[in-house]
Design a protein around this ligand. Structure first.
Ligand SMILES: [Zn+2]
Length: 264
């Protein structure tokens, strides 16, 4: 295989590696994304449960107080009747004191019940609107989680495709070249191939010798950058051959274009 052919293979492999990395990131970040979506829902739910608890607490308290009020009213009635039967001033004063105490308790209960009823009405409205909101939110959580899961599925398919295509491309290359590119790839943040522009490596910005630059432009020999060790290619010399060998649609995020934003 000629150097030009090999370089075209390297560009394609680098593109596949980049696509694979982006898709692996989607897969990796999915659990955190789902946690975040569910966490947001839990927060809303907590708020709802707190309001509902307060509502239940008030209702139970009002019920207890109303029962006590019935007893107190009965006592007051009984004391009023007793008052008619008293024999002396001492008994009269004692019953009046009881009546005053019962009245005070009745007043206290009635005041609390009144303010609780007002709060209950407010909470009822809140619960109704939150309840509606929660069912909308629950649906949204299911949708968003579904979107993340669909994205993971798509990313997994992409990773599988890239892996297979890369294997096929690597099978065409000499084993020692594959070994070197994998080593450089793991040592250089996944980039083993980089464009040369005006005689300068676009990853580390070190100049290559003029003779070497000529050979890279001619694609007559494989060269690695003397500084960062990445393989070098001259995009204008490779692009026509690359476009000829691959459908244009696959080049949207290609190494040729991505070199404008090199990862060093
Ligand atoms: Zn370099």
């Amino acid at each position: 295989m000629e150097a030009r052919e090999q370089l075209i293979h390297l560009v394609k492999i680098q593109d596949l590696a980049r696509t694979m990395r982006a898709n692996n990131a989607v897969i990796e970040h999915a659990p955190a994304r789902i946690d975040e979506i569910e966490g947001r829902f839990r927060d809303r739910n907590t708020e709802y449960v707190a309001v509902k608890d307060r509502f239940d607490e008030l209702e139970a308290d009002v019920k207890t107080r109303n029962l006590e009020l019935e007893t107190l009213m009965a006592s007051r009635k009984k004391y009023s009747e007793d008052l008619m039967q008293v024999q002396n001033q001492r008994e009269y004063s004692a019953i009046l004191k009881e009546i005053d105490e019962v009245k005070a308790k009745i007043n206290e209960h009635e005041e609390v019940v009144l303010s609780s009823m007002e709060e209950i009405e407010t909470l009822k409205e809140e619960i109704a609107s939150m309840g509606a909101h929660i069912s909308v939110e629950r649906k949204k959580v299911a949708e968003e989680t579904g979107e993340v899961e669909a994205a993971v599925k798509k990313a997994e398919a992409e990773v599988a495709r890239c892996t297979q295509e890369r294997e096929q491309l690597e099978a065409d290359l000499p084993a020692n070249l594959v070994g070197i590119l994998r080593r450089v790839e793991s040592q250089r943040q996944g980039t083993f191939l980089v464009e040369v522009v005006d005689g300068t490596c676009q990853a580390c910005y070190v100049r290559v010798r003029p003779q070497v630059y000529q050979e890279i432009k001619a694609a007559s020999k494989l060269h690695a950058c003397g500084s960062c060790r990445r393989y070098l290619f001259h995009a204008p010399s490779i692009r026509p051959a690359l476009e000829e060998s691959a459908p244009a649609a696959d080049l949207s995020t290609s190494t040729v274009e991505a070199m404008n934003d090199p990862q060093v």
